[in-house]
Design a protein around this ligand. Structure first.
Ligand code: ADP
Length: 268
């Protein structure tokens, strides 16, 4: 699908990026996990992060969710600083209220589904919209039913997570993220914890999301065929730096860097 579509990232240079990493450094103690990282993501763009384990991919998603804070540099979302701002040469941490407002534009689905075990599927999906966004209950219920239809789980609306397979739980987690109407969806190895026969159902749902919405996606995945099908652009990471980036046909079909070739050789 994206092969025939122009990438939102390449065609609209004048357009303000939706996400911008500007000299982002992240250290855990003495371990520099992200090393002066610069990249942008355009509105509507779907970008896959690949690279060996420990290269910093998940940290990028966690920084965007403000589950971690940058050590240095600035992350911009929709033109607003998510983390630190430079003021008169000093680093100033964005306040929590501001972070919450910016973060509201972002939804995330994790490797572990993280559903609320004591709530039904419907409650899992409506909790955020009703309590964080103030959406009327009737409207949130209507939207939950619609989203469950999309993830092919309409009949599970009153089930509890423990009554569902891992694949079904992950599809609920996707519906729950979408119920918050995010502009950006972060997907962190969402099929890695699933039995192989459940992977296809989850990827099919994500293909539908990609085809039917203009939501911006940043995904970390080991499903290279899926990455190839849905991404506009692939970023190859190694040791906290981007070693190569390009459209999926180029990265997977004709990688320029030895590091990328070695990584793809090992995983494909
Ligand atoms: P990837 O997603 O590419 O596998 P990660 O972003 O998960 O990489 O991890 C990058 C590096 O950061 C690893 O060396 C990891 O051990 C380290 N790291 C990640 N989170 C923490 C943390 N909370 N505390 C200390 N080190 C961390």
């Amino acid at each position: 699908m994206p092969q025939s579509e122009p990438s939102p990232g390449t065609d609209q240079h004048e357009q303000e990026p939706l996400i911008r990493f500007d000299g982002v450094v992240k250290r855990f103690g003495a371990n520099t996990v992200l090393d002066h990282l610069d990249f942008t993501v355009a509105p509507g763009e779907r970008v896959t992060l690949i690279g060996p384990s420990g290269s910093g991919k998940t940290t990028i998603l966690r920084l965007l969710m403000t589950l971690e804070q940058v050590t240095n540099g600035v992350i911009w979302v929709g033109g607003e600083p998510l983390s630190h701002m430079h003021r008169g040469g000093r680093l100033v941490r964005a306040n929590e209220q501001h972070q919450r407002r910016v973060r509201r534009q972002i939804g995330m689905v994790f490797q572990q589904f993280n559903l609320f075990p004591n709530m039904t599927v419907r409650q899992n999906i409506t909790e955020g919209p009703v309590h964080s966004l103030g959406v009327p209950r009737v409207e949130a219920d209507r939207r939950a039913a619609e989203l469950l239809e999309m993830v092919d789980l309409a009949d599970k609306i009153d089930a509890h997570p423990t009554q569902l397979s891992g694949g079904q739980q992950q599809r609920v987690a996707i519906a729950r993220a979408l119920a918050m109407s995010p502009r950006i969806l972060l997907l962190d190895e969402v099929t890695s914890a699933l039995d192989p026969e459940l992977v296809t159902g989850v990827l099919d749902v994500l293909r539908t999301v990609a085809e039917t919405t203009d939501i911006t996606m940043l995904l970390v995945t080991h499903e290279m065929q899926f990455a190839r099908d849905v991404s506009h652009r692939v970023l190859m990471f190694d040791q906290g730096r981007i070693v190569e980036e390009g459209p999926p046909e180029q990265i997977f079909g004709d990688p320029r860097q030895e590091r990328t070739r070695a990584f793809l050789h090992a995983v494909l």
